[in-house]
Design a protein around this ligand. Structure first.
Ligand code: 5AD
Ligand code: SF4
Length: 450
């Protein structure tokens, strides 16, 4: 990687070229985009955030649902006219969508203005691929690389001074029957714990207040110690900071992890634990390796150890074969657990996954109706859960002004709830105490306690 970074820097370093990275999808992609910007800057590009100013555009795509792919393709389509105006412009596509052969073929054939693509396991090959495009003056499409050792030391340009993503493991071995991730992000690989501890120590030293450990299956981390042990090691770092992590799998919630969380004031009291369905029959066909009872047991363990912990989850509605009874079982468990928030998705068939081939697909109108009912049930619960916070003083990490009103700032509680409050710029990136005055289904309102 470094060799190609140097070669490109020698060639274009003085040209004043701009690079723009456009991101779709999950936090892992956000983290990867920060590395793409880091590499681009190291190669001599200035980083811009408007594609109109760019000489190099990299689109970091998602493939988890069809909608995400269609959005990425339509965005790439809009860049055709930019390239017409600036013929020197290079356009690249990376991320999960282009780890699928049919999408790479589509780019090659129907998007002639796309110059290169590379899949997520080749992120560190970005400079090498760009160098190839410059030098062979042709298009380059990398695909089919096997998962390789994790590349340490990739330059990174972080978005925030107070919050940082730290990827600790990549890939997934679970093969849930609906999910494309194991095919596009390859098998699980964990970073060695000493690199993670080093990175987090440096971040905390530089003033970062919130570290989010990332992995497709973060709690099956295995980089020389268990995930629980890693959390303990990170909790021992000196400084005023919070540790978050996502995404966890219910089959890997160990007693040691629960204990490590409960013990450390540095671990945020929030657990995102995707349930997907409340029906044992559907969970089995989803290949999730747990049942309702096991999931509820996890919830009990977490709440016994940390009574104020916030729980959030992912739910898929309309998985093939989901009957009314199966769906009722999902509503039932939502009422029983009372999650603080859920992320709900209509099942989207992903080509190459077992569930996409199942014959008993649920009709679109049934999926939509179920989604509506799910949201009605959960919005009421979310509101009631948020109302429990009214009157309390909560520690909030202040982020910045909200989109619509420059006087209203946003921040997050330790339990990851969004809070709006009146403030000024001096609070940005700091932990502040906010008295909660009002609850809404998706956020809280409050006043800063001086
Ligand atoms: N259709 C709908 N939702 C999906 N997810 C993963 N694959 C699919 C799919 N094919 C959801 C799961 C997962 C979240 C990141 O996306 O709920 O936890
Ligand atoms: Fe997909 Fe399942 Fe892996 Fe999550 S755990 S990324 S849902 S295969």
């Amino acid at each position: 990687m470094n060799k190609y970074i140097e070669l490109i820097k020698q060639n274009i370093g003085a040209c004043g070229y701009n690079a723009c990275v456009v991101t779709f999808g999950c936090q892992q992609n956000e983290a990867d985009s920060e590395k793409l910007r880091g590499m681009a800057r190291a190669m001599g590009y200035d980083i811009v955030y408007d594609v109109k100013d760019a000489d190099l555009i990299v689109v970091n795509t998602c493939a988890v649902r069809e909608h995400a792919e269609l959005k990425a393709l339509s965005t790439i389509g809009q860049y055709k006219h930019l390239k017409a105006k600036n013929p020197d412009m290079l356009i690249g596509v990376c991320g999960c969508m282009v780890a699928q052969k049919h999408r790479v073929d589509e780019l090659k054939n129907s998007y002639p203005y796309v110059d290169f693509s590379f899949e997520p396991s080749s992120l560190d090959r970005f400079p090498e691929i760009l160098h190839g495009v410059f030098n062979q003056k042709g298009r380059m499409f990398s695909l089919g690389e096997n998962a390789r050792d994790i590349s340490e030391g990739i330059p990174v340009l972080r978005e925030s001074d107070s919050k940082a993503w730290v990827s600790i493991m990549y890939g997934c071995n679970n093969f849930c029957s609906y999910c494309i991730v194991p095919y596009v992000r390859d098998r699980e690989r964990s970073r060695e714990y000493r690199y993670v501890v080093e990175e987090v120590t440096e971040l905390v030293k530089s003033g970062v207040k919130e570290i989010t450990l990332l992995g497709q299956n973060v709690n099956s981390y295995n980089g020389g110690c268990t995930f629980a042990e890693l959390v303990e090691k990170l909790s021992a770092i000196e400084g005023d900071f919070l540790i978050r992590f996502m995404t966890s799998h219910p089959k890997d919630v160990s007693d040691e992890l629960v204990a490590a969380m409960a013990k450390s004031p540095r671990v945020a009291k929030h657990f995102h634990l995707p349930l997907q369905s409340g029906s044992d029959g559907i969970l089995k066909i989803m290949n999730r390796h747990y049942d309702r009872e096991h999931y509820l047991d996890n919830v009990k363990k977490l709440r016994t150890a940390m009574p104020d912990i916030a729980l959030t989850t992912d739910i898929i509605v309309g998985f093939p074969g989901e009957s009314d009874e199966d769906f009722e079982a999902t509503l039932d468990i939502l009422r029983e657990v009372r999650f603080d928030m859920i992320y709900s998705f209509i099942y989207s068939p992903r080509s190459g996954t077992p569930a996409a081939k199942m014959e008993n697909q649920v009709p679109q109108n049934v999926k939509s109706e179920r989604m509506q009912r799910l949201l009605e049930v959960q919005n009421q619960i979310s509101l009631e859960k948020n109302e429990e916070a009214v009157g309390k003083v909560l520690r909030v990490l202040a982020e910045g002004p909200s989109k619509n009103d420059s006087e209203v700032f946003t921040g997050r509680t330790e339990t990851n709830k969004l809070v709006h409050f009146i403030a000024d710029e001096s609070c940005i990136g700091k932990f502040i105490d906010v008295k909660i005055t009002r609850a809404e289904p998706f956020n809280l309102r409050g006043e800063i306690i001086k």
